[in-house]
Design a protein around this ligand. Sequence first.
Ligand code: ACO
Length: 314
Amino acid sequence: MQFIGTGSATPELIIKNTELERFLDTSDEWIRTRTGIEERRIHDGNLEGLAAEAARRAMENAGLSVSDIDFFICSTVYNRFMTPALSCVIQGLIGAGCPCLDINGACAGFVYALEMADAYLARGHYQNILIVCAEEPTRMADWTNRATCVLFGDAAAACVVTKGGRDPLFRMHTASNPEVLHGYNTAGNCPYDKSGRVYEPMTMNGQEVYKFAVSSATEDIRALCETAGLAIDHIDHFILHQANLRILEAVRTRLHQPVEKFPHNLEHYGNTSSASVPLLLDELNRAGVLKRGETIAMSAFGAGLTTGACLLTW
Ligand code: ACO
């Protein structure tokens, strides 16, 4: 599998930490020191428009037109459509005619989509696969809860992968632990539902997620390197889920790597769920930081609890 294009689109509205101080018992200082986040972007209600723009930019970057895309995977945790799949809506906006579907691998969704794309390409029926991560965690958060809402931002990011290149290695893991991180849908008005379930915004045990994120990312990267027979020092870029700068720092120091190998942009976007890894990938790609033949380790974690890690050649 080979990456041939990346793209992203982020909302225009920028909300700085100081803006949150106006209606939450929080401070810029607390958010910066505990998370590294300085600002986040929040969309105005048109997530699918952002996603379509990210897709167009990725196809343009790949030098492909929409008719060259054989399959399209959309990673999304939450969006305004219960049905149809968000990928179908985006498909209409970009004029794609290929089959498409949505997946929910939480914040690790991009890595799950990549693994699926790799398997589909290996089967030989498709040449080019578009992956779009479209996320609006700001709509899942409780904006009266300072422990969660300050952490998130909205974004869409995409890539096109094709046949060829070296085979990536993946390591995926899921463990059922909804208590740590969850949000609930309502039961609608179904008269037969006895659960009494009602809409409940996202709640999270931040410290549990923190510990899980640090240990799983460190273990997964070590295990992938062992499988590949590669020294960790030979990895050129560690592209991790952008949730918290302290998590990135903890993984970096455990793996004994220099700061410049752990790029981050969470200070400007917050945690954008599964869009965070491809958003950073697009920034690095367009800045010319990623060179052909370099080795990249990706690792992401999220609700489930779910992890996905990947070792690939750019
Ligand atoms: N402003 C001010 N104070 C706050 C805020 C806030 N925004 N949020 C929490 N606090 C307070 C708490 O109430 C607590 O106060 P207390 O000591 O009086 O009880 C104090 O700060 C410490 O709270 P902790 O939760 O212990 O703070 P911690 O240092 O663990 O940082 C954080 C919290 C940032 C959430 C951290 O645990 C973390 O980043 N965890 C990982 C979370 C994550 O990555 N989630 C996303 C992954 S999954 C997904 O992407 C959907």
